[in-house]
Design a protein around this ligand. Structure first.
Ligand SMILES: [Zn+2]
Length: 228
């Protein structure tokens, strides 16, 4: 079984998680012999397979070859070719993906959700960043909380995180989720500006601004990714 290894000086034991693309990632204390890591992965084979499947099913359902979920609403994908530059349009419950095509053959373009065209990914990222930044500004004002920079990332399995320097990181794939879920992630990270932990005080602050945070938290957990 393939896996990646990350050395973490402060960790005292081996731990496991499923990274992007479903690759198992083992975090080990420094100086852990290779055979121990190998044995650890072998012992957790069933856990890995189970969680790879959960992850695949849960994330993949938001973008398939025939539909995409945006802010919790499902849109059917309609593919057309155009002489104009490629573009994405929202039409009621249909998302139209128009491929620029100048060839005389007029091949019917196809859409592959596991390898979407760059302009479509750009559309998702732009939609996510505009929406999320606006919500951060509104919620931070309501919570009276300050922050430094906002970054959007994809490479982690995390939906959001907050650095000790006060920078907020969000996964732009949040664009698939309902507004209340996105709000929960933002409120969670902003609350870390006051409480850099998951203490009772922290959760009280989250609850103050998101009374349904337990439901939202559970929903997110079921999609298989982490929030820090
Ligand atoms: Zn947290």
């Amino acid at each position: 079984m393939e896996y990646t290894v990350k050395i973490h000086k402060r960790s005292k034991k081996l731990s496991l998680r499923i990274g992007k693309d479903g690759m198992p990632q083992v975090t080990i204390p420094a100086f852990t012999p290779k055979f121990i890591v190998k044995k650890f992965v072998a012992q957790n084979k069933h856990w890995i397979q189970k969680h790879q499947k959960i992850k695949k099913d849960s994330i993949a359902q938001f973008l398939t070859n025939s539909s995409v979920t945006l802010f919790g609403k499902r849109y059917k994908i309609k593919i057309i070719s155009t002489l104009q530059p490629s573009k994405v349009s929202l039409l009621d419950d249909v998302i139209q993906i128009a491929f620029h095509n100048t060839s005389k053959k007029r091949l019917h373009p196809s859409f592959n959700s596991s390898n979407p065209p760059v302009f479509f990914t750009k559309f998702l990222k732009n939609t996510a960043t505009h929406y999320i930044i606006k919500r951060i500004v509104d919620l931070a004002e309501k919570m009276d909380i300050k922050y430094k920079n906002i970054h959007f990332k994809e490479q982690t399995t995390r939906w959001g995180s907050c650095s000790s320097k006060g920078n907020l990181n969000f996964n732009w794939r949040l664009v698939h989720f309902a507004p209340k879920i996105i709000d929960y992630v933002i409120i969670h990270e902003l609350a870390h500006r006051e409480q850099m932990n998951h203490s009772d005080k922290f959760w009280q602050l989250v609850e103050k601004h998101d009374p349904e945070y337990r439901l939202n938290r559970r929903w997110l957990k079921e999609t298989g990714s982490k929030i820090d």
